[in-house]
Ligand binder design. Structure first.
Ligand SMILES: Cc1ncc(COP(=O)(O)O)c(C=O)c1O
Length: 402
């Protein structure tokens, strides 16, 4: 609450917009507050491992950027992003099978801003969006601000169930299809190649943009790499990418890869928000990648997170009681747990915190607030010791409450 010395409550006195009033504080941020209490082993966040941030190489890259480009790195710059970074991103995408030109790329302040720009550009109050069920809570927050409604589609091991999508397209005439096709947040599920092709066909047939929010595809530990939705769908797809999980989230550099004609639309929308993304960080990342540092660094991340995923999954197998299911993702930062239907992960969280372990309960990820028996566990930001101990504590908690 915003209170001054005279105890005036400004949030009540001033007429804050109804859009903002309807925004709920991110439940995950609230849970993070609890779980950051001393001694709590937290599987709640979605944070990369800070000890892996390439501090020295970023320092060098920043020095290089300042030396080479001088005052330009501290100056205003283009809303679509600095050209060399856009070129490099387009080239990297093309090398990996997603044919892209510089004109397809708009640099954003992280993936989250790209989601927001999409929402701002497309959504009018009451419009429907097809999402996975469950889906990324940060996207729901951005879409909620514009008063979107949802046509959520259930998933199996191969991602969204395609027949359900077509039914919902016909019934709700959605503006967008929003998917996290690789190592989904929150479930860790990856959409199969067959489903990708079917989804593209649907998007193209009904002329609905497919938004592929893809922060995790570079972090694959096992299984075959599957080409991106955009590599099948070309201009049918707007891809959202970010350096947050493969370099560092604090730099706030992401991008959007879409049809050339739509980029100026997002550029206009972005101008209203922040004029342009941080110039220095763009040059720094450019120099970092140019120096050949990114791909070896991704290998380091993969090795570290793979060991943590293996340890978490193995400890769960050894300790979790019968009746609990979980996903075993081939990449990314999260896995997803389903307790028996009658159990509530939300009700159990205070007991978990009393045992000094925390997770995010699943219901905020469901557009309709259901999924009470589900929870998300993050392994990237935990220590090996913490993973073993934390999972054992959760196992005891679940057993005691079954
Ligand atoms: C699916 C998804 N989209 C977007 C984001 C936000 O990424 P960024 O930090 O680049 O804004 C996240 C972060 O956790 C995410 O999981």
């Amino acid at each position: 609450m915003l209170v001054d010395q005279n105890d005036k409550v400004y949030t009540e006195l001033w007429k804050i917009s109804t859009h903002v009033k309807s925004l709920e504080a991110s439940i995950i941020r609230e849970i993070l507050k609890i779980s950051s209490q001393p001694g709590v082993i937290s599987f709640a966040g979605g944070l990369p491992a800070p000890e892996l941030f390439p501090m020295e190489d970023l320092k060098l890259a920043m020095g290089e950027a300042i030396k080479k480009y001088g005052p330009a790195v501290f100056q205003y710059s283009l809303s679509r992003g600095i050209t060399p970074l856009r070129e490099l991103i387009a080239q990297r995408a093309t090398e990996r099978g997603t044919k892209s030109d510089t004109e397809n790329i708009l640099i954003t302040a992280g993936g989250q801003q790209a989601i927001e720009l999409v929402a701002r550009a497309f959504i009018e109050p009451g419009d429907y969006i097809i999402t996975e069920y469950p889906t990324y809570v940060g996207a729901l927050q951005a879409f909620n601000y514009y008063q979107a409604r949802y046509a959520p589609v259930k998933m199996d091991d191969e991602g969204m169930i395609i027949d359900e999508i077509e039914e919902k397209i016909i019934k709700y005439k959605p503006k967008l299809i929003y998917t996290i096709s690789n190592f989904q947040n929150p479930t860790g599920i990856t959409m199969s190649e067959k489903r990708r092709m079917e989804l593209i066909k649907l998007g193209s047939h009904y002329n609905i943009p497919i938004i592929d929010d893809n922060p995790y595809s570079d972090i694959r530990f096992s299984g075959e790499r599957i080409p991106t939705l955009k590599s099948y769908g070309g201009d049918e797809v707007i891809a959202i990418r970010t350096f947050s999980k493969i370099i560092a989230p604090g730099l706030r550099i992401g991008w959007l890869n879409g049809p050339k004609e739509i980029i100026p639309v997002f550029e206009k929308v972005k101008q209203c928000t922040d004029l342009h993304t941080n110039t220095l960080c763009q040059y720094m990342i450019y120099e970092y990648i140019k120096a050949g540092k990114l791909e070896p660094h991704i290998k380091v991340i993969i090795e570290d997170y793979k060991a943590k995923r293996d340890l978490m999954v193995n400890t769960m197998r050894d300790n979790f009681p019968e009746g609990i299911k979980w996903t075993e993702p081939n990449g990314g930062l999260f896995l997803w747990v389903e307790l028996p239907q009658y159990m509530s992960a939300k009700d159990l969280l205070p007991k978990a915190v009393a045992l000094k372990v925390a997770y995010v309960y699943g219901s905020p990820f469901f557009p309709d607030g259901k999924g009470m028996n589900t929870l998300r566990l993050n392994y990237s930001n935990a220590t090996h010791k913490g993973i073993v101990e934390g999972i054992k504590r959760l196992a005891k908690l679940f057993k005691d409450n079954m």
